[in-house]
Design a protein around this ligand. Structure first.
Ligand code: IVH
Length: 672
């Protein structure tokens, strides 16, 4: 047996097994993307070795969505499918193959469109009137779903929708093709309704759209808010267009919703440059896509290139890397964060997902593990989408062998052996030991990091090495480091030591707010740290502050105020701050300039560009005269200070009758 022969046999067997799991047992053991990958591998092998095609090959189930419930409609031309590419290399190879079939020197321009994850629909208009609509069916004939398609609001019943604006004449007969789907928000609404009625939720938007379109009673379809986006013309009588881009324009002109964000590019190079943008944009789109479609713009060339099987050569789908895959959960390790929070982390059999090889994934917390019934040894589904940390969606229980074991929270912290606690009402477990070496490591890593005290040259590796040598035991120790301490560290030559010492010296002078935000007080990020620094002016005053005093600040609630007071009450933290102060770390805010109290008790909202003062200058001027700055206009706002090109705040002020003043008025108020 040749390797190809062996592999096709293997793939056939695997695919038939998965078809059975999915369609007969309703208990799939791989994801759709994994199935697709196997299927496409078989298709490619069979295309290269047609003699290996057997009648029981899954590729020989003529792709068909025909159902007995509907009369059939014959399509005016075959409704073709698309080949797939999974990498930029494959995309380049696709172009190479095409160029070989074309006269030398041919330049190809391309349209780039999202690949909508719905189902194909074919709609015919005669003299502008919608007369029939069909599913793709087997590509030759489809199910007649005219009554159902008529319920889709984005499908015009007559074209052109706006005759006055149409630049093209209407074709005598026009058959168009597009995709029917649920917008993400509409799918959520459908599920909300299901939930309200106590009915089971729909899992998959695409299958639900298919189900909605295939209702015998079109009133049921009408109750499901489907959307149709169009992307091509199957047949047009009376007009000829010879560019894909012109077809899209024509469809738009007639009043159809066309595939969103389609664009035309002069070269494949320019198309490839767009791919990362599409991938990152994917999550923010209103609809699901599973890739993009690249099409040669010139339809005469497209015709010349012809078809392989069911796929035209002129177009191809670039599929994004699968985001969900299955793999084995080998074990669970425990991560302790700087707050002591315990995060169980799945150790996985290495698996390629979302474009990278993943060996661990977060399991969030033990409540989640129990709710999803995830066990050690399970085959689990992993998701990695964009930059999000990979996580475990759930187990494939159908693959259990009985050898699996439950996953329980640790009784003791693996780093300091302190008993793990779960505070009343909390989802998470914690290591309560403030001097747990792992917590200390994480706290120091955070303290020196870019978003915090920003000590350049002190990455996690360096922090770890310093702790291991006993040179740093807490955040304050960082300020006691001397060049001779660093001399022995790996990779620390003279220049690097000097740079790090300079960075540490600079960090001593960071503004008070930055120091506060770096201490890792629960809930105290940049904005709150700023407000605290402005109000209290120094660590000393903040340490003395009561819950009521802190709670009185705008944007700080009682719970946060309590957590801040509790943090400063901890002897360990007080010592830490004393130690920092002794090392020369700045503990007070900038001296506030008090110029007067003419604006005491008044609150200001700023909008637009002022004639001479920058925004910060205006704010400082108001504060220096005892006034307060707030972000949004309310009835309590004393004045709105307005400049050029004001935003909606000016409008709001007018509605609420809040006086609007200019920079000159402000100067008069302070007697300038
Ligand atoms: S063009 C010959 N364009 O993807 C032209 N198809 O995997 C073939 N699809 O059956 C179709 N978005 O249902 C085209 N912008 C788009 C598309 C698109 C989604 C679907 C379509 C097709 C399937 C092929």
């Amino acid at each position: 047996m040749t390797t190809a022969e062996q592999r096709t046999a293997e793939l056939r067997e695997q695919l038939n097994f998965h078809i059975y799991r999915y369609h007969v047992l309703s208990a799939p053991v791989i994801t759709d993307a994994e199935y697709d990958k196997l299927y496409h591998e078989l298709r490619a092998l069979e295309a290269a070795h047609p003699e290996l095609i057997t009648p029981d090959s899954p590729t020989q189930r003529a792709g068909s969505d025909l159902s007995e419930d509907f009369p059939k409609l014959r399509h005016p031309a075959p409704i073709l499918s698309l080949s797939n590419c999974y990498s930029v290399e494959e995309l380049r190879a696709w172009e190479e193959r095409n160029l070989k079939l074309l006269p030398s020197g041919t330049q190809l321009a391309y349209t780039l469109e999202p690949k909508l994850d719905g189902l194909s629909i074919v709609i015919t208009y005669e003299n502008g009137l919608l007369t029939r609509a069909a599913t793709r069916g087997n590509g030759e004939v489809g199910d007649d779903v005219t009554a159902n398609v008529r319920t889709i609001r984005s499908v015009p019943l007559r074209i052109p929708v706006d005759a006055a604006k149409a630049r093209y004449p209407t074709a005598q007969r026009l058959t168009v093709r597009g995709e029917v789907l649920f917008l993400k928000q509409d799918f959520e609404k459908v599920n909300q309704k299901q939930a309200e009625q106590g009915l089971p939720l729909f899992v998959n938007a695409r299958n639900t759209a298919s189900g909605a379109l295939k209702q015998k009673d079109s009133r049921i379809t009408a109750a499901r808010p489907l959307t149709a986006y169009l992307y091509s013309i199957v047949e047009m009588v009376g007009i000829t267009l010879d560019k894909q881009w012109d077809m899209l324009e024509y469809l738009r002109d007639m009043g159809f919703l066309i595939v969103p964000d389609a664009a035309l590019y002069p070269t494949l190079y320019a198309v490839i440059a767009q791919l990362p943008t599409w991938e990152s944009r994917k999550r923010g789109l209103a609809f699901e896509i599973d890739g993009v479609v690249v099409k040669i713009n010139d339809l005469n060339i497209a015709r010349e290139l012809g078809i392989v099987g069911k796929d035209p050569r002129y177009a191809t789908a670039y599929k994004f890397p699968a985001e969900e895959v299955t793999t084995k959960l080998l074990g669970v390790t425990v991560n302790i964060g700087r707050t002591g929070k315990v995060t169980p982390t799945a150790q996985l059999e290495p698996v390629f997902v979302g474009g990278v090889t993943v060996v661990n994934a977060t399991l969030h917390n033990y409540q989640q593990i129990a709710a999803l019934d995830i066990q050690q040894g399970d085959t689990v589904i992993i998701k990695r989408s964009g930059e999000v940390i990979p996580y475990v969606i759930g187990p494939v229980t159908a693959l259990r062998t009985g050898e699996e074991t439950p996953i329980l929270p640790p009784e003791r912290c693996p780093y300091c052996q302190t008993a793990i606690v779960q505070p009343q009402g909390a989802v998470d477990h914690f290591c309560p030991n403030l001097v747990c070496p792992e917590r200390v490591l994480r706290s120091i890593e955070f303290f020196v990091s870019k978003g915090a005290m920003d000590i350049e040259g002190m990455g996690p590796q360096t922090v770890k090495a310093l702790i291991e040598r006993g040179l740093v035991r807490d955040e304050a120790d960082v300020f006691y480091l001397k060049p001779e301490h660093l001399a022995g560290l790996e990779g620390f030559a003279e220049k690097k030591i000097a740079n790090l010492m300079a960075a540490i010296a600079a960090a001593r002078q960071r503004p008070l707010a930055q120091l506060l935000a770096s201490l890792g007080i629960d809930g105290v990020g940049g904005k709150i740290a700023n407000d605290l620094a402005n109000h209290f002016g120094g660590i000393e005053a903040l340490m003395q502050a009561t819950v009521e005093e802190i709670d009185a600040l705008e944007g700080i609630g009682e719970v946060l105020a309590q957590s801040i007071v509790a943090w400063f009450a901890e002897a360990h933290h007080q010592r830490l701050l004393q130690k920092m102060a002794a090392a020369g770390v700045r503990m007070v805010g900038e001296q506030k300039v008090v110029a007067g109290d003419q604006l005491a008790g008044l609150s200001f909202v700023l909008t637009g560009t002022l004639p001479t003062l920058a925004r910060e200058e205006a704010e400082a001027l108001i504060q220096a005269h005892g006034g307060k700055i707030t972000g949004s206009v309310s009835k309590k706002t004393s004045y709105v200070l307005m400049g050029e090109a004001p935003g909606s705040k000016a409008e709001k002020a007018r509605q609420l009758g809040v006086p609007i003043i200019s920079e000159a008025d402000l100067r008069r108020l302070i007697g300038d």
